[in-house]
Design a protein. Structure first.
Length: 216
């Protein structure tokens, strides 16, 4: 498969063991199958960048797809709360995090590659609202598709890094004046539509209901 990594520089030889620890799925090399999204992520800090292209041979690699029908958005959240730092410390949020980790945890360390939602600013806000019992799981699932903010592919093991090959001819320059604006527009659209669906606070199943009734 062809994947792209958005960065402010050319990365011809990605190295295993680098990257931020407190990322969505922990330390790893974060990519996407969309070159347009990679360009937006490359210009995240209002500077020009590159969509670095790679060929990834996933044969014999152990791949975790958190968007597969075997998993729910709660599994994704359980992974997220263990890796990302949440600003809120309400009693509801703390209890909800503990519940998710206990009941929906996925051992991501046994996989070479992970596929799943990317928790950028908008998605992270949606997740926080769910943990604080202000939106239902149905509204959260709906919100995850707003703005089409993208699915990411993360290389987690040395074996996965050994299977990646830089494609200089497919890598492209990302102009900040174009792609930072695109990123902002995409985010604004997601937030605007989220305000509309968030107004429905009476219907659906909330995290408090799931914990109280021990729902599967």
């Amino acid at each position: 498969m062809i994947i792209y990594h958005g960065s402010n520089k050319i990365i011809a030889n990605p190295k295993y063991g680098l990257g931020k620890i407190h990322n969505d799925y922990g330390q790893g090399f974060y990519c996407t199958e969309s070159i347009e999204l990679a360009k937006e992520w490359a210009c995240d800090l209002m500077r020009d960048g590159y969509a670095n292209a790679y060929d990834l041979d996933i044969k014999d690699l152990k791949v975790l797809d958190l968007n597969h029908e075997n998993f729910s958005v709660l599994h994704w959240l359980a992974v997220l709360v263990q890796n990302r730092t949440f600003n809120g410390n309400s009693d509801m949020e703390i209890i909800a995090k503990e519940f998710l980790i206990k009941n929906y945890n996925v051992d991501i360390n046994s996989y070479d590659v992970i596929k799943g939602y990317r928790a950028d600013d908008s998605y992270f806000r949606f997740a926080e609202d769910f943990l604080n019992n202000t939106i239902s799981i149905q509204r959260l699932e709906q919100a995850m598709h707003l703005g089409k903010l993208g699915e990411q592919i993360v290389l987690k093991s040395q074996k996965a890094f050994d299977r990646i090959r830089f494609l200089k001819e497919k890598s492209e320059y990302a102009d900040n004046n174009i792609y930072y604006r695109k990123k902002c527009r995409r985010d604004e659209q997601a937030r605007s539509r989220y305000k509309e669906i968030k107004t429905d606070v009476l219907s659906g199943i909330f995290i408090r209901d799931i914990m109280k009734d021990s729902m599967e």
